[in-house]
Ligand binder design. Structure first.
Ligand code: SF4
Length: 473
């Protein structure tokens, strides 16, 4: 689905082991992860002998009814998923968690991220007679998990995980165990928590806050954690080839400000990005405002650094929901206008610094500058709390072509002119990493800013994939 904001996260996952209200807690946790995906949601539960599930399209409240949720009550183990489609069409068959019935046992799988060799593996499986029910890359991982030759589930999991490349934070449910694992570069977040003595895992710690769980720690790249029995837990690695390449955009834009990575709130990281941008921008103005909601913290940091008063100059309409798909640019611009309104009293006669976290297609920035000037701003200086987005993401974000990115097509000066700002300043790549490091991050992916991809993108080069893209599949 097309969204004028431009960037969308692929998914959020949650899992809980041995809690009497596993399904309800999963539902509440997914609610707090809703910002990571709004196209579909599901829950799969285990009673120790069999797996049961419920899933549907749309927001969580639309996807899972009270009746379905009640039917899962009493099962002590659960995994859940909220989905935004980047790989695979937006249809019910692709909504996770997937639930497979197999002679070896039931399998539930929920995945956040994007596998970069899924097509290659899929073609190999299909060539030996394998059949896929979905167009999702996650089903490829499920096939590999089921195909394992060992009697030992963990041995099969390790073998499967060593075959896939890309970004994945996964929860895997078997009748007798729950497994949580994160790819060996840790691109997508995955956190470990505990509630009422039961272990839980989530894409973000805001899910722990929602269910009253304690945040224990971030799950490490390459880690494989297994929960079973009465809260037994085994910590293991599926590979020794590990590195740290956390997605920079999780910090900048995707994660909720009340979530924490490495025990630092995203709120504080974004404020620090704003302070760093202020240092690099070196501009004088009367007020600084943030584009709601994800840039409000960066604007606050900018204000703290410069002493320029921070005002609320833009109001966000909270009741719009998803904007509809339209190929017409003028309609898209009207959609942006519905989303953000300037407050004339705050803006009129002022030199305004407006902070946003990114520019994707430029539609929002152009409207915002125009709206601020129409509201009487004397000058509009735009500051972006991340570097120019100029390369596609293959690790789970929905920008997959250069054509979709304004900074891939134009210089900063050209973009400034096109959006109508008096000045335009992006945070430098170095400045951004400095901020993350100061918040205990061990290393980040910055491929969409630099083109330096930390994980091999196998599928992109396959002739079959090129042909599918050409046909718009
Ligand atoms: S390419 Fe960009 S959006 Fe994708 S994982 Fe890397 S930093 Fe995140």
């Amino acid at each position: 689905m097309y969204d004028i904001r431009g960037l969308n996260e692929e998914c959020g996952v949650f899992g809980i082991w041995n809690h009497p209200h596993a399904a309800y807690l999963t539902y509440m946790a997914l609610h707090s992860l809703q910002h990571r995906g709004q196209e579909g949601a599901g829950i799969v539960c285990s009673n120790g002998e069999q797996l049961f599930g419920a899933r549907g399209m749309g927001l969580l409240t639309e996807a899972i009814s009270q009746q379905q949720l009640d039917s899962l009550q009493g099962y002590p183990n659960a995994i859940g998923h909220v989905r935004y489609a980047t790989t695979g069409a937006s249809e019910i068959s692709n909504v996770q968690p997937f639930l497979f019935k197999h002679s070896k046992g039931d399998l539930g799988l929920a995945h956040n991220g994007n596998l970069t060799n899924a097509h290659q593996i899929r073609l190999a499986i299909e060539s030996t007679g394998g059949i896929f029910q979905t167009t999702s890359d996650s089903e490829v991982l499920a096939h590999l998990l089921i195909k394992g030759k060992s009697e030992n589930i963990k041995t099969n999991q390790k073998a499967a995980l060593n075959q896939v490349k890309g970004a994945f934070s996964c929860v895997i449910l078997n009748e007798g165990q729950l497994t949580a694992t994160r790819d060996n570069r840790g691109v997508r977040p995955l956190m470990l928590g505990q509630v009422d003595g039961a272990y839980c895992v989530a894409s973000e710690t805001c899910a722990f806050t929602a269910i009253g769980a304690e945040y224990i720690r971030d799950i490490e790249p390459g880690e494989l954690i297994t929960f079973s029995g009465e809260n037994e837990v085994e910590y293991d690695m599926y590979t020794q080839d590990i590195g740290y390449k956390m997605c920079s955009m999780e910090y900048v834009y995707f994660a909720r400000p009340d979530s924490e990575f490495h025990r630092h709130s995203i709120y504080n990281v974004r404020k620090a990005l704003g302070r760093k941008l202020a240092e690099e921008m070196g501009i004088d103005a009367d007020i600084v405002i943030g584009v709601p909601d994800s840039s409000l913290q960066a604007a606050k940091g900018f204000s703290e650094q410069t002493g320029i008063p921070n005002e609320q100059g833009l109001l966000k309409n909270r009741y719009i929901g998803r904007t509809f798909i339209t190929p017409d640019q003028s309609v898209r611009e009207r959609q942006v206008r519905m989303k953000h309104s300037p407050i004339r009293d705050v803006i009129e006669g002022k030199r305004v610094v407006v902070i946003d976290d990114s520019i994707v297609r430029g539609t929002t920035s152009k409207y915002i500058v125009k709206a601020l000037k129409s509201a009487g701003a004397k000058e509009v200086h735009m500051g972006i709390s991340s570097p120019p987005l100029q390369d596609p993401c293959y690790y789970g974000i929905d920008v997959s072509t250069h054509a979709e990115l304004m900074a891939a097509q134009h210089t900063v000066e050209e973009i400034r002119e096109m959006i109508g700002a008096d000045t335009l300043t992006y945070l430098s790549v170095e400045g951004m990493h400095e901020v993350f490091k100061a918040h205990d991050s061990k290393g980040e992916c910055n491929a969409c800013f630099t083109g330096d991809y930390p994980i091999e993108i196998v599928d992109h080069e396959l002739p079959e994939v090129k042909e599918m893209k050409r046909r718009g599949v």
